[in-house]
Ligand binder design. Sequence first.
Ligand SMILES: Cc1cc2nc3c(=O)[nH]c(=O)nc-3n(C[C@H](O)[C@H](O)[C@H](O)COP(=O)(O)O)c2cc1C
Length: 398
Amino acid sequence: MAGSGKTVVVGVTGGIAAYKTCELVRALVKGGHRVKVVMTEAATRFVSPLTFRTLSAEPVTVSMWADAPEATVHHVSLAEEADVMVIAPCTANVLAKLACGRADDMLTTTALATEAPLVIAPAMNVHMWRKDATRRNVSAMRGRGVAIVEPERGELACGDVGEGRLASVECILASVESELARVRDLVGRRILVTAGGTHEPIDPVRYIGNRSSGKTGFAIAEEAARRGARVFLVTGPTHLPDPFGCEVVRVTTALQMRAAVLARADAADAIVMSAAVADFRPAIAASDKIKKSQAPENIRLEPNPDILAELGQRRGTAVLVGFAAETSSVEANARAKLDAKGCDLIVANDVSDPSIGFGTDENSVLFVSREGTERSGVVSKRHIARLIVDRLSGFMSG
Ligand SMILES: Cc1cc2nc3c(=O)[nH]c(=O)nc-3n(C[C@H](O)[C@H](O)[C@H](O)COP(=O)(O)O)c2cc1C
């Protein structure tokens, strides 16, 4: 790891995994970073501040009321010094405090006061992790642009088996390094992203839809915004909250999506069409709910406009990325789509594998462009989003 000389504030909370933070601190120091550890009172029950002081060769802070070094306002100075703050392990308790903006000890005060990127690696019992309250706290933090290093599945200290085990030191380190190296390569760029599936009405309560969750498109929009772009996200119906830093337009049908996209396309430097837009819609949508006793024998469909093809024809200099969900001959079909739709890149996935793709958190895709084909391997949708935005950035600067 290259020594960057950056200041990393490491927050340690009262979880059994606190001992693993010793390894994290060692690795950060070894990587050339200055490491300042701040602990909750509960954390000191698990690992002594002396251990962290020795590993970091820096004073360790626990109390807000102790004498501050160098006559500074310590609770703010630590926050200001940080290039990145990482909380590992993060208890359910501290996660909840951060989600509602509480600052009643040195660690949470520093986290609230800092302008530096925040990385949180939660660790807790599986039932605590799955509780609705915890899920909401995680989403709230993620929605504010905080990097969450998800806990792993496995045997937990309490004997339960499930997710909740602190992510590996390597994973936490990678997230810290990625925040430190966060590229702001898209400042001044305008990027239009579409996400989710569309709902095509049969009557006022029924529709034809598809299984797209919108996760990939939302992750792309958020990643582009984090890298400095002004992002417009046009999304079909989804339960996902608005991603951090994006202007979001929510639509229902393919026709509405077309109108929202075309209204913003001319101003965009890049367009990423990750939405699963329905190819067909019922030719007639009944204005009243169809009675059970009047079930139609068939529903006549008519084609929806091909938004991607339209963009391919009129995009000017904008970079155009399309998606292909295929069940066979994935690469060949994606390459044909690349040419037919006039795209710079097709992100293709094999939706015949139920363990990845629609509705799941992981995917494996092919990046098909005129330069060749690359495989992502099975990785999280967030990681795929990063890989797509990397390529987007390359096309825009190339
Ligand atoms: C042995 C032991 C292990 C614990 N492990 C965890 C844990 O892994 N995650 C967690 O959220 N809480 C854990 N707790 C509970 C926290 O220590 C407790 O909620 C405490 O108030 C957290 O304080 P803090 O969030 O200020 O550090 C554990 C408690 C004990 C006694």
